[in-house]
Design a protein around this ligand. Structure first.
Ligand code: CA
Length: 436
């Protein structure tokens, strides 16, 4: 499933891309929508290479692309990536191969393309597609069990979890790109022992460590996507923080799921790592013997062989005090998407099985990713046992839930012997005080 673009021996004429530990070597080539910071320039697509962005609108103008890659590059230069997402894997792959050859050390086009580079330090980003719909899944059995134990001690894991990839329809208007700043929300909260809820600012604000799944070509209404074809409908992955107001959630979530506890902000990373770039890091998808095996529409030999992806994920916190002391952020947890109970293909096939039409640029959240151990919790509510055991931060501060001024930073990367490490960059968001 890998090809010349994954070759670990490849190096780039953009020297910073060859540094050990760089998120954006020539083997990655993720896409974002960007412009020079504060410039008012048009938004357009770009590719990360080292510490630079290759401006795809400008690169296309140099005439370096041909055929399907040229068609893809034209749409990638637009202010949203929806058009590129709609093209499908043949065009995405042609663009990736062309970019890989153009950005390799020794490429004769290096001189022309060097003029199309913008330093990432001078760039700002926006949400990379016009998102029509946003669905957040719930694919970590560890997260579902941990949080279920806190909300329903007698019945932690709902019986449907092992049969259905559970999800809820999320809010699009409040999705922002990394750097998002939002006010602590107000809502109804039922305090322990209280007879009636109070209206108050959220006191149990949390983050959720997730991956975002960007949909490529859609399906016609009424036409399901067979699981064997699901991969052709997925463009790539980003980091996603599903900010959550736990006190509002506890009161409102049954029986229809989250509403105001989740609709005030969701942050995505600007860079979309394509599914082709992730090919080397795929793993067998397995279901423990004794658990229900997936129904036929959620099962395929291909998905069992390669359906899991080892994307390592981390959450970091930078408090106001850490910022003031220039101390740097402190790591809260580390886990991997390989632990997800449901695969990406299963999420897509399930979403569309009733005839729901997906569209290019739709966004699916993976659900909070928690690993099997307590230290691998993907949210504060798990790391602090529902706020009962404060988490110790590196500078001596503690946290039960997020405080005003806290910045949460999500990071992700893939690595495997024989391949070059690729990263997702950052997904960063900051909590502002509640409005009066
Ligand atoms: Ca979530």
């Amino acid at each position: 499933m890998t090809n010349e673009t994954h070759d670990a021996a490849l190096r780039s004429w953009v020297e910073s891309a060859n540094a050990a530990g760089c998120d954006f070597p020539v083997q990655n080539l993720p896409l974002a929508v960007f412009r020079r910071h504060g410039s008012g320039e048009p938004w357009r697509g770009g590719v990360a290479i080292g510490d630079q962005v290759l401006d795809l609108a400008a690169a296309r103008g140099t005439g370096v692309f041909e055929g399907a890659a040229s068609d893809a590059a034209t749409l990638a230069g637009n202010p949203t990536l929806n058009g590129l997402m709609a093209l499908g894997p043949r065009h995405w792959s042609a663009l990736r191969l062309a970019l890989s050859r153009l950005l390799r050390a020794g490429a004769p086009q290096a001189g022309a393309l060097a003029r199309c580079l913008v330093p990432q330090a001078e760039a700002e980003y926006t949400v990379p597609a016009q998102i029509g719909d946003y669905t957040d899944f719930y694919t970590s059995v560890h997260h579902a069990t941990n949080i279920g134990r806190l909300f329903r001690p007698d019945n932690p894991l709902m019986p449907n979890f092992k049969w259905v990839p559970i999800g809820y329809h999320g809010r699009v208007s409040s999705i922002g790109v990394s750097g998002q700043r939002f006010h602590r929300p107000h809502g109804q909260v039922l305090s322990p022992g209280a007879a009636a809820p109070a209206f108050a600012a959220c006191a149990r604000l949390d983050y959720e460590l997730e991956l975002g799944i960007w949909v490529g070509p859609g399906n016609a209404s009424g036409r399901p996507i067979p699981i064997a074809e699901a991969g052709q409908h997925v463009f790539g992955l980003c980091l996603l923080n599903d900010w959550s107001a736990r006190d509002i959630q506890a009161w409102e979530y049954q029986p229809l799921g989250p509403f105001l506890s989740k609709n005030f902000a969701t942050t995505v990373s600007p860079w979309i790592v394509t599914m082709e770039a992730l090919e080397p890091y795929r793993l067998a998808w397995t279901r423990p013997a004794g658990d229900p095996q997936p129904l036929a529409y959620l099962d395929s030999a291909e998905d069992r062989a390669h359906g899991a992806i080892d994307v390592q994920l981390e959450a970091w916190l930078e408090s106001e005090a850490m910022r003031a002391a220039a101390a740097g952020p402190c790591r809260l947890s580390h886990t991997s998407f390989r632990h997800a109970y449901w695969s990406i293909a299963q999420m897509v096939a399930h979403h569309a099985v009733g005839g729901c039409n997906l569209n290019p640029g739709d966004l699916l959240g993976s659900g909070t990713q928690s690993g099997p151990t307590a230290a691998e919790g993907g949210a504060l509510i798990e790391l602090t046992a529902g706020g009962r055991q404060p988490a110790a931060l590196a500078n001596g501060e503690t946290r039960r839930f997020l405080e005003d001024g806290d910045t949460v930073i999500l990071r992700g990367w893939c690595e495997k012997p024989g391949y070059v490490r690729i990263g997702f960059g950052e997904c960063r968001g900051t909590v502002l005080p509640a409005l009066d």
